[in-house]
Design a protein around this ligand. Structure first.
Ligand SMILES: [Zn+2]
Length: 127
C-alpha cells in the first residue's frame, strides 16, 4: 500500500462500511420482494397465456441478475475490509503492486490494480 493510501485509510474504511450497509439492505429488500412475489404470483403452471409466463420469467431473471451483482460486490467489500484489518489493503491481489489511491477512492473494494483488472476481465470474458 502506498503512503497516500495509508493517509486515506480511515475514509476508505468508512466508504466500505457504508457500501456494506447499502448492499445488505438491497439484498434484504430483494429477498423480501422475491418472497412477496412467490406468495402472490400464480405458479407458472397456472399461467396459460405464454406471453405472461415469459414476462414473469424475465422479471425473475432480471431481479436475480441484480441480486447476483450485489452478492458479488458484497463479497468484494467484505474481502476488502478483511484486508484492511490484515494490513494488506491497497495491494493488487494479482501483481502485489500498490493500487492507485484514485482507483481505491472510486472503487474502495477493488482487489486489483487497473492493469491486472483489465487482464482479469479479458480472461473471464474468454472463459
Ligand atoms: Zn496488479
Amino acid at each position: 500500500m502506498d503512503v497516500a493510501t495509508q493517509s486515506h485509510l480511515a475514509a476508505l474504511r468508512d466508504l466500505l462500511i457504508y457500501r456494506l450497509g447499502e448492499l445488505r439492505a438491497d439484498l434484504h429488500a430483494a429477498e423480501l420482494a422475491a418472497a412477496d412475489s412467490r406468495d402472490r404470483a400464480p405458479g407458472l403452471d397456472d399461467v396459460h397465456d405464454m406471453k405472461d409466463a415469459a414476462t414473469q420469467r424475465s422479471d425473475v431473471e432480471l431481479m436475480s441478475a441484480q441480486t447476483r451483482r450485489d452478492q458479488d460486490e458484497l463479497a468484494l467489500v467484505e474481502a476488502a475490509l478483511q484486508r484492511l484489518d490484515a494490513g494488506t489493503y491497497g495491494d493488487c491481489a494479482a501483481c502485489g503492486e500498490p493500487i492507485a489511491l484514485a482507483r481505491l477512492q472510486a472503487q474502495p473494494a477493488a482487489p486489483r490494480c487497473a492493469g491486472c483488472q483489465a487482464a482479469f476481465e479479458k480472461a473471464s470474458r474468454r472463459a
